[in-house]
Design a protein around this ligand. Structure first.
Ligand SMILES: [Zn+2]
Length: 1029
């Protein structure tokens, strides 16, 4: 298999990843800006605004939206040989820069506001507390029985529909009742305005709303479910379909009363909106040099797209689907002038507390571009709908005329597919090219001396034992184990054996499977043997003196074992692989403390792991890597195995059971989540957008199958993705554009399912409107992914310069083209006021910093996280939260399920915010620091920490004692609440002045001057200087 084909899509020649190489940021040879003309870097150099380079050649191949062939898109690929479907895109796919960099904008129009008052509470797509992750993932709607036995095919799935319906239409849950079609006279009736769909009250449902949403409105409301869709206990048994008799006595079709809130009504709605919104808070001019308190007191909320309320209400949740610009520029020229990146951020398989699920034998899609029918299509009349992506007019199928929610006929716009921007279909057989695979789990465990010494085996085996019954799956689920050191050990777990049988293969140059049929066994039938093995594994190697690691051959063996079915490999590795194929050598510079601008060895040393990952992807095998090590393991090489196979990477530096107990705790908690979270197998995700827009660069862990199709051997609820976009054709006639992500996967219960998210955004034609809709967090996250690619394809300093230039260029554009009145200072629109701070935070982050000593693996891991963490979690790592916590009160606290959760104000990340007589909590995502001031009040020390004095604070303290005091309860409630909002475990370190971790704590004080990095204020001065040139 040649790798050149892959390289063209998944890495242009470079063996690094889905990323760097396909990333257009590399188009300009000496360019330091992501979107901008070439500029020298910051610090000493001046970003001269030279003429932009010519547009890259051949954008059409890659950039254009290519309608999929009818009938097959999204379907499971016929051939596992993905080579055959590859097309070679040109290297350069970047947005061509404008011919002229700046143009004078007419005085800004106040008509558009990117920030409108937050929508009402009840954002249903919010994160679920960790305890609910399993159950909350797919709330069974009434049309689907959660307790149903696994349904290998759609026909079986349909059988779970209420009996009344089955009588009529055994193969479709949503079939129309027997009755005449609506009278022709109805067609073409001018549609009156649409009332918003009734809001379901869901607080009494099975799944409580997310705590964080109870009292804190978030941007973007997730559409509530129709009454018929509520997952209220008891309703499962109540047939939602009308009784047979009733259906027959309901021959009268409903009048075709109104279309969905489609684009037809937009024109007038948008026009009136423009006039109404007179308070463009997003465009309020902020002089960053003067206004220091720019952090909002609580969470930073995404801007709400400037859409008519009925559309906005139904729009996709920003937690699932976000765009860097919530107002889409009409032309690429306009986008270029704004100097802001255009891209989407997705969290497509996020755990949702409410998810409408539809079983249908006929999933309605556009005949031309295969878009799924969605809330933003237009009903031309009662029988025809117009696609919002390609504008083709399609017929409404007969069965779609029946609405199971309102139990009425002739109201297709009230169907759940047209009422929910996020919806899941149970797919009929045409979406499968082979029977859905069972859940397959293979564990590959390092048992070398080094591995055993860390003590990790106990934790992994115990976690597996504890969660064996919670692994997602059904009666078909299979499990297997491989261990390795310098040889490879298989385990025969066949039913009937009295104990597991170990089979050692020492020929690592030509690995074979000793007993292929008994290595992956049915979990239910062989559970006792599996438990036996897990109980004895840690002891089996306790005396080993074998130091070598044959990881590559072990992975090859695992691939052989899983390739007939597909599945998930979980690999645990504790050192550099030393023997056999894929062996690596240490590459880390002995002394990386120097503040050199460039870091070597960010790209892999071998393409073995990438090639194997591509083979895995072709066979629907994903590889998740757990790296637990005190030494350099070359994550940039090993990580490829997960990156291209759509796996995940977990990294536990300095893992040791005794020496580093907090890492052990983290591994335990992470494993529980990992083993029990939802999983999708043999998945593909296609992202479509309205004609005129095109996507061109993907970020995340996947294999790019074609221009808009990602191959995901596995998909998990904690994976995020990003794509960059360009505007190929002017969107002159459009009021809105839409984006649709469709994720086709096999559930752990063997159902083929399609989760569809559709996002609708307005099109604007002025720079001020573009700026008003800028989503600063989404922009930051996309730039971070682009900077990772740039670090690998060019250099770290190049990436850093590009980040700085992104801030300079966008603020310069704002100043010259949006501001009508020039004034001194560093000016930013309110919606972008955090942009320079976030850019500085990226520059000081482990991934991109040059100022502090950073282990190479830790840097590479940080870069990996930027590529695949969903936005919400990524931002925790970019800009930590800092809170004073010694004086927590119940004032303004959240009240969730009888819990009172204090809400301290977020503070600037500067030591000047600390005081010696207080205590502060810093939340950095995977780690929290509780800093205790030297003169902290004795009340806090005794009531919260249970300690007599400051001197008694231990150097290593990672738990808050559960004291029966109000102070203790408040702080623990706050910490628990923060932890619940993420799917990974967060270690807490209590620190004081003498603590060894104090430097790490201080490194997160982003606003402060450090050894060789600017303070925030200096950084602002630098930006101002560059902008005014
Ligand atoms: Zn279409």
């Amino acid at each position: 298999m040649s790798s050149s084909g892959f390289a063209s899509q998944n890495g242009a020649g470079g063996s690094y990843a889905n990323g760097p190489s396909q990333n257009p940021v590399g188009v300009y040879p000496s360019n330091q800006g992501f979107m901008a003309p070439p500029q020298p870097g910051y610090m000493n150099n001046l970003p001269t605004k030279g003429p932009p380079p010519p547009p890259p050649s051949g954008p059409n191949l890659y950039g254009r939206h290519q309608p999929s062939p009818v009938g097959t898109p999204g379907a499971l690929p016929a051939s596992p040989n993905h080579m055959s479907v590859l097309t070679g895109p040109p290297q350069g796919t970047a947005t061509p820069p404008p011919a002229n960099s700046y143009y004078q904008q007419h005085p800004h129009q106040p008509g558009w506001s990117g920030v409108t008052p937050p929508p009402p509470m009840g954002n249903n797509a919010s994160p679920v507390p960790s305890a609910m992750y399993r159950g909350g993932t797919s709330t069974p709607p009434v049309f689907q029985n959660a307790m149903q036995p696994p349904a290998p095919s759609v026909n079986n799935a349909a059988m779970t529909a209420p009996p009344a319906l089955n009588v009529l239409a055994p193969h479709q849950t949503y079939g129309p009742p027997v009755g005449p079609p609506p009278p022709a006279a109805v067609r073409g009736t001018p549609p009156p305005p649409v009332p918003p769909p009734p809001h379901a009250t869901h607080s009494d449902g099975m799944y409580p709303a997310h705590p964080g949403q109870m009292h804190r409105p978030m941007g973007g409301s997730y559409p509530s479910l129709q009454p018929g869709y509520q997952s209220v206990p008891g309703m499962q048994t109540a047939p939602q379909m009308p009784p047979h008799a009733q259906m027959q006595t309901q021959p009268q079709p409903q009048m075709y009363p109104q279309p969905s809130p489609g684009a037809a009504q937009l024109s007038s709605s948008l026009a009136s909106l423009s006039l109404q919104s007179q308070t463009p808070e997003a465009l309020r001019v902020v002089n960053l040099l003067q206004e220091r308190s720019i952090l909002p007191p609580g969470a930073v909320t995404p801007p709400t797209p400037c859409l008519p309320q009925d559309l906005q209400k139904i729009n996709c949740s920003p937690e699932v689907f976000r765009c860097t610009l919530t107002s889409i520029p009409q032309t690429q020229t306009l986008l270029n002038k704004a100097k802001l990146p255009l891209g989407l951020l997705l969290h497509p398989f996020k755990d949702l507390s409410q998810l409408p699920v539809v079983t249908s034998s006929n999933i309605v899609r556009c005949r031309s571009c295969r878009t799924y029918i969605n809330p933003f299509v237009t009903f031309v009349d009662a029988r025809r709908w117009k696609c919002n992506l390609c504008h083709r007019v399609n017929d409404v199928p007969e069965e779609f005329m029946y609405n199971p929610v309102s139990r009425s006929y002739g109201a297709p716009h009230k169907r759940p597919e047209v009422q929910n921007a996020t919806i899941e279909f149970i797919a009929p057989s045409e979406y499968m090219l082979r029977p859905p695979q069972p859940a397959m789990y293979l564990y590959i465990l390092d048992v070398s001396h080094n591995a055993v010494e860390t003590g990790y085996l106990d934790v992994v085996c115990q976690s597996l034992l504890d969660n064996l019954d919670s692994l997602p799956g059904d009666a078909r689920t299979k499990i297997g184990f491989i261990t390795f050191d310098s040889t490879i050990h298989f385990y025969n777990l066949q039913e009937g054996l009295s104990q597991p049988q170990m089979l050692i293969v020492s020929d690592i140059d030509d690995v074979f499977l000793p007993t292929p049929d008994s290595l992956l066994v049915n979990l239910n039938e062989c559970k006792e043997l599996v438990q036996d093995l897990l109980s004895s594994l840690p002891q089996m190697f306790s005396k080993t003196m074998e130091t070598q690691s044959a990881l590559g051959p072990a992975l090859q063996a695992a691939f052989k074992l899983l390739s007939p079915t597909g599945g998930r490999m979980s690999v645990f590795q504790t050192q550099l692989p030393t023997v056999g194929i894929g062996a690596l050598k240490p590459r880390e510079e002995p002394n990386q403390k120097t503040a050199t601008k460039d870091v070597q060895h960010l790209s892999p040393a071998t393409d073995f792991y990438k090639k194997l990952a591509l083979d895995c992807s072709g066979q629907h095998v994903a590889v998740d890597l757990f790296l637990l090590s005190a030494q350099y393991c070359d994550l940039s090489s090993l990580g490829c195995i997960s990156r291209y196979s759509a796996g995940s990477v977990y990294f536990y530096p300095s893992y040791h059971k005794q020496h580093n107990p907090s890492q052990t705790e983290r591994l335990q908690k992470d494993l529980k989540r990992y083993l029990t979270r939802k999983i999708g197998f043999e998945a593909v995700m296609r992202i479509r957008c309205t004609k005129g827009l095109s996507i061109h660069t993907f970020h995340g862990n996947f294999f790019v199958r074609s221009t808009d199709l990602l191959s995901l051997a596995n998909v998990n609820p904690d994976a995020g993705f990003a794509v960059q976009m360009s505007i190929d054709e002017n969107l002159l006639d459009l009021q809105v554009v839409s984006f649709q992500a469709a994720l086709l996967y096999t559930s752990s219960k063997g159902e083929r399912r399609i989760r569809v998210h559709t996002l609708c955004l307005p099109v604007v034609n002025s720079l001020s409107d573009i700026f008003a809709g800028a989503d600063v967090q989404a922009i930051t996250a996309l730039l971070a992914s682009m900077a990772v690619d740039r670090s690998v394809t060019a250099s770290l300093s190049d990436a850093r310069d590009a980040l700085i230039n992104a801030a300079i260029d966008s603020l310069a554009s704002y100043r010259t083209s949006v501001l009508s009145i020039q004034q001194p200072g560093l000016l930013a629109p309110a919606c972008l006021r955090l942009f320079p701070l976030y850019v500085l935070a990226l520059l000081k982050h482990k991934a991109f910093r040059t100022s502090a000593s950073t282990r190479l693996d830790e840097r590479v891991f940080a870069m990996c996280q930027f590529k695949y963490q969903p936005l919400a979690y990524l931002m925790m790592m970019v800009h930590p939260g800092l809170y004073r916590v010694d004086d927590l009160t119940d004032e303004g606290a959240l009240n969730i399920n009888d819990r009172t959760i204090p809400q301290p104000r977020a503070l600037q990340l500067s030591v000047e915010k600390l005081s010696r007589d207080a205590a502060f909590l810093m939340d950095c995502g995977t780690v929290m620091y509780l800093w205790i001031g030297r003169n902290c009040s004795p009340v806090f020390l005794t009531q919260v920490l249970g300690l007599e004095s400051y001197a008694a604070v231990p150097l290593h303290m990672t738990q808050l004692p559960e004291l029966d005091t109000a102070e203790s309860a408040r702080l623990r409630a706050f910490v628990d609440w923060l932890r619940e909002r993420r799917p990974f475990h967060t270690i807490l370190h209590v620190i004081r002045d003498e603590s060894p971790l104090k430097p790490e704590f201080l490194q997160n004080m982003i606003e402060d001057l450090s050894e060789s990095a600017l303070s925030y204020y200096e950084f602002l001065l630098h930006l101002q200087q560059q902008i005014s040139k």
